[in-house]
Design a binder for this molecule. Structure first.
Ligand code: SF4
Length: 85
């Protein structure tokens, strides 16, 4: 068995809170987080843009259910002028 197979066979290790995770009915869902870009054809889905590669580029992650997904890096509110420049 390889190291990868060992990791896959231990699914009970909890994700860090900073990782996107499912939370049914969360008061801090991705769909009202400033880091989320909604899917233009399906607002229940989107992409999270909070992470950066080592080189500084955005590392997008797909969000399958933006209403029942969250993480500890959730930020609410409208984008400020500074967020656009
Ligand atoms: S709550 Fe977390 S996973 Fe969801 S969009 Fe915001 S930063 Fe990304």
């Amino acid at each position: 068995m390889t190291a990868t197979e060992t990791a896959v066979s231990t699914p009970d290790i909890p994700l860090p809170a900073t990782q996107m995770h499912r939370a049914d009915g969360t008061p801090r869902p991705c769909n009202v987080c400033k880091w989320q870009t909604p899917d233009p054809t399906d607002p229940a889905r989107g992409q999270c843009t909070v992470n950066r590669h080592a080189g500084g580029g955005v590392w997008k992650r797909w969000i399958r259910d933006a209403i029942n997904t969250t993480c500890s890096r959730h930020e609410e509110g409208k984008l400020s002028f500074r967020d656009h420049v």
